[in-house]
Write a protein that binds this ligand. Structure first.
Ligand SMILES: *Cc1c(COP(=O)(O)O)cnc(C)c1O
Length: 409
């Protein structure tokens, strides 16, 4: 189910905890590389351009790793743009795809030379008024397809705040024409769960229909939404099937369009989710009338996906992998209900054991916080067989860093 498990042994993870402490995020560079290569090959013979969506995991070491493999970057804030540049990406390798940011933030991105992706009509008009045809931009359209899955992470539905509705295309074209805006790309990103290649292709078709009306295109960006397995039996996106259908359709489209365009995708989760695990220590076992709680030295401050999206993360006891399986409810130490998993069958847990949360590479550390005045955890990258610390654990000074101490009389 999970490529990480095949390559990294429990004892290696336990020695990482010994060296760097818990809780800790651990990422495997080989798994990221394998996913990158798999995606790249799926679109053969097209040389697909991958723009890694760095909000999933934005440690500089991970960015440099993806850069070294030939990836570009998808960014959603000016600071992600700066992180990308800091990691060595060239401006033209980065696309800035923000939602509801100010025109000033977009101007700053223009001054840094990155691709601009515009997702509302107000900003498109302001952009045209400032730059005319001197700076090109990409336009994010919402084709209103529902790729399926979890509504909390879907962005393609009719009430979505993301993108410009494809029903407003005539309005968009009027603005583009009257302000002489050079539109170099069209984009869609319909959410995070493509379960069905057919539905995705319908969205792609809507985007291609719109594309013939823009004469200056150099690329089409089909976003992301590649689904990875979080538990055994999960339906995942069949990347190879999707890749081949899109490749054939895209080559056909380029002929119609009269010019070769670049095909872009911007996956986050697909590249890094399975490459990461989160390790936490069991502080307390607590028998109640309903269940046995295993309380770990972590919580929604470190891994919020189970609480925010009801997402499933498989939990293993790597300290006692051959112990008898029992039923546990794994919870955090935060003063909120922070349940990682109800009624999980896990090898017998003893206080002090290390639990391993799988598929923690995407939207794990980047969503962490200091809630309850806890430190954000350390991050470790396994690279060429070596465990390297890529972010130290926070300490007490970090908590006070931005406070201004005042005298109260
Ligand atoms: C979050 C995001 C992605 C990545 O989504 P995943 O589900 O992690 O692959 C891609 N594009 C945009 C614009 C995003 O906001």
């Amino acid at each position: 189910m999970n490529t990480f498990a095949a390559m990294i042994l429990d004892k290696d993870l336990l020695s990482i905890v010994e060296e760097f402490g818990a809780p800790v995020y651990v990422y495997d560079a080989n798994t990221i590389a394998a996913q990158y290569t798999r995606l790249k090959n799926a679109f053969n013979p097209i040389d697909v351009k991958i723009k890694y969506a760095c909000k999933a995991l934005n440690n500089s070491a991970i960015l440099k790793l993806l850069k070294s493999m030939g990836s570009g970057l998808d960014t959603v804030s000016i600071n992600e743009v700066k992180l990308g540049l800091h990691a060595g990406f060239l401006p033209h390798e980065i696309i800035f795809t923000p939602n509801c940011v100010s025109i000033e933030e977009i101007q700053e991105a223009v001054s840094l030379g990155v691709h601009i992706n515009i997702d509302n009509i107000s900003i498109l008009e302001q952009f045209g008024a400032i730059y005319g045809n001197s700076v090109p931009c990409c336009i994010r359209l919402n084709p209103h397809i529902l790729a399926g899955g979890n509504n909390k992470i879907s962005t393609g539905h009719i009430d979505s705040k993301f993108g410009i509705s494809v029903y407003q295309l005539r309005h968009v074209l009027r603005i583009v024409e009257s302000q002489k805006i050079k539109v170099n790309g069209l984009h869609m990103h319909t959410g995070s769960d493509i379960l069905d290649a057919g539905v995705f292709l319908q969205g792609a078709e809507i985007l291609l229909d719109a594309a013939v009306q823009f004469k200056d295109l150099t690329f089409i960006d089909f976003g992301s939404g590649f689904k990875v397995a979080y538990k055994v039996g999960d339906i995942t996106t069949d990347i190879e099937e999707l890749g081949q259908s899109i490749a054939i359709r895209f080559l056909e489209f380029c002929k119609e369009y009269g010019r070769d365009l670049e095909l872009w995708f911007e996956p986050g989760k697909f590249l890094v989710s399975e490459a990461g695990v989160f390790l936490a220590k069991v502080n307390v076992l607590k028998q109640t009338t309903a269940t046995v709680f295993a309380g770990v030295d972590s919580g929604l401050n470190h891994l919020i996906r189970p609480m925010l999206y009801d997402s499933y993360h498989h939990i293993l006891n790597i300290s006692n992998p051959t112990g008898k399986e029992r039923i546990y409810t794994v919870v955090g130490y935060i003063c909120e209900t922070d349940t990682f998993g109800w009624d999980r069958k896990i090898n017998e847990i003893r206080e002090g054991d290390i639990l391993c949360f799988k598929n923690a590479g995407a939207y794990g550390f980047t969503m962490s916080s200091n809630y309850n005045a806890r430190y954000r955890p350390a991050e470790v990258l396994i690279y060429k067989g070596e465990a390297k610390l890529i972010r130290r654990r926070e300490n007490f000074e970090d908590l006070l860093r931005n406070e201004v101490q005042i005298e109260l009389n």
